[in-house]
Design a protein around this ligand. Structure first.
Ligand code: DAT
Ligand code: MG
Length: 141
């Protein structure tokens, strides 16, 4: 089924100049770009985006890190792209992420209480619809 997913190239990816590499992998996989924006997230946006993690020990450092600089928000489109991008991204912990995946190949830091793992990708159709509404109000999911 053709679907849409919300991707973020996180501040570490932006700072390290990896935005193009992430977009290259998305397009090489056959997904298309439906929307793209470079923006420095507000705490309000991040509170909505990461609502499921509120109260967890890594939540505050995560919001701090995510608001530390520009991210590239992207809506991708393609056959089963929600699951497909999660597979391209690899495991949450860059050390555990398989070689060949974005986090396995490019992910770097696990430490200082926050994990810098280059990308975010929606984990379900419900999350994708919700997250697309946060980053691209007005765009249909
Ligand atoms: P994912 O980004 O793979 O969907 P998640 O939704 O569980 O992972 O967590 C969101 C982000 O929070 C994740 O990309 C990095 C950070 N994070 C998750 N678990 C963590 C942990 N145990 N320690 C530090 N940061 C963590
Ligand atoms: Mg998640």
């Amino acid at each position: 089924m053709t679907e849409r997913s919300l991707i973020l190239v996180k501040p570490d990816g932006y700072r390290r100049g990896l935005t193009g590499e992430v977009l290259r992998r998305i397009e090489a996989k056959g997904y298309t770009l439906a929307a793209l924006a470079v923006t420095t997230p507000t705490r309000e946006q991040l509170a909505a985006h990461y609502a499921e993690h509120e109260g967890k020990p890594f939540y505050e450092p995560l919001v701090e890190f995510m608001s530390s600089g520009p991210v590239t928000a992207v809506v991708i489109e393609g056959e089963e792209c929600i699951k497909g991008f999660r597979s391209l991204a690899g495991a949450t912990d860059p050390t555990a992420a398989a070689p060949g995946s974005i986090r396995g190949d490019l992910g770097r830091d696990w430490g200082e209480a926050v994990q810098q793992n280059v990308v975010h990708g929606s984990d379900s159709p419900e999350s994708a619809a919700r997250e697309i509404g946060i980053w691209f109000p007005g765009l249909s999911s």
